[in-house]
Design a protein around this ligand. Sequence first.
Ligand code: HGY
Ligand code: MN
Ligand code: MN
Length: 409
Amino acid sequence: MNINRQRLLDNLQRYGQIGQAQETGVERIALSEEDKTARDLLKQQMLEAGLVVSIDQIGNMIGIRQGERDVPPVAMGSHLDTVYQGGRYDGALGVLAGLEVIQSLNDQNISTEKPIALINFTNEEGVRFAPDMMGSHVLAHPELLEEILESPAYDNPEHTVGNQLEAIGYKGDMPCGSLKLDSFLELHIEQGPTLELEKTDIGAVEMVQGIYWTRYMIHGQANHAGTTPIRYRKDAGYAASEVMHYIGDYARRADSKVLTTVGTISFEPNAINIVPERAHFTLDLRSVDYEALKQGQTDIDQKINAVVLEAGLSLEREEMVRFAPVHFDPSIVKLVADGAKDLGLSVKQMPSGAGHDAQMVAAVCPAAMIFVPSVAGISHNVKEYTQPDDLENGANVLANAILSRTGRL
Ligand code: HGY
Ligand code: MN
Ligand code: MN
C-alpha cells in the first residue's frame, strides 16, 4: 500500500504553521496554547477519518480505527509538542504519517483484522515539565499519574501538568494504560547524521540509549565584585564553571562511552557587579551502555561534591529522569527492516541517540521505530529538515509494517 505523498506534505506544512518559529521552525511547547491548537486540529482530523477518539488522564490523544476482531490494536504515533525554537518534523512526522496511513486505508477501502490506534503523546520533550516522554511513561506506568500531574513547570511552580492540562481542555478521563496494545511503531526523523552520511533510506531502530537528567543548585554568597578579595569569596558561579568544564571533558575523553550536556545554566542575582550567590544548572547524561551511564553519574556527582566542599559552598540536587537503555522487540525491528527492503529501500539497523515515546511503550507491548534521514543531522533547531522523498518512504514503511501486523482482510 502507498500513502498519499502530497496530503502528508501539506499536513506537515499546515502543522508547521502552528507555533511557527522563524522561517521553518516550530515552537509548540507542551500544554501551551499552540499545543492546544495542534491537538484540536488533530482531533478534528481523527474524527473526520472515522476514528473513535479518547483522551486519557495525562492528555494522551488516542484514535481507534475498528478492526474485524475486538482485540488489542496495533498502535502508531509520536508527539506534537516541540522544544523551544524546534523543528517541524520531530514528533509531528510520527503523528501525521500515522494519520496519513489511516486516511490511505480509508481511501483504498482496506479493512484490517486487528484495530489500529493512532496516539499523540503528551509532553514528549520535557522542556517545560519533567519527565520527558511523559505521556508514554504514564501510559506504561499509570501508578505515576498523581505524582506527575503535580509536576511543576520549570519557570512557574504555579503551573502544574494537571492544571495546564485542564487549561487547554485535555485532562481526559480515560484511565491511563487501560487500553491494551498489540504492538507499537513510531516513525521519527533520525535527528543525527548517520543515515545521510551512509546514504541509507531507512533506520530500523533496535534500541534507545539511557537518559539521566539531574538538576543542581550551588549555593555561595552574594558579595561586591570590587571590594571582596578572592580569598573571602563564596563564588557559586566560579564553582559551576569548574564543574561544567569537568562535565564537558568527561564526554570528550578518548574512551568515553557517554554524552554529557549542560543545556541550562543561570546565576542569581545575575548582575555584572555581584559575586553569584546561586548557580543553577542541569546535566543531560546519555549512553547505550547502562554501566557507563551509572558510572558517569557517579563520577560527575563526586566531582561536584568535591568542588562544592573545597570552596565552602553548599549544594542542592534533584534527580529529574532516570531512564535505562531500552532494547526493542526483534520481531518488530525485523518487520521494519524487511518492509523497507520489500519497498526497494536501503536499511540500517541502528540505535537511537534521542529519547522517544516508543522506549516507554516498549514496557507494555512489542515496539520498534522507523528512522528517516535528517539533513546534516540537525534537529532541535529551526533548520531541522528531511527531504520529501524520505518523508514519503518513512510513511510507506510505516503503512506496510502496520498492515502486516494487523493482518489485512
Ligand atoms: O531528549 C530527548 O532525547 C527527546 O528529544 N525528548
Ligand atoms: Mn521526538
Ligand atoms: Mn525532540
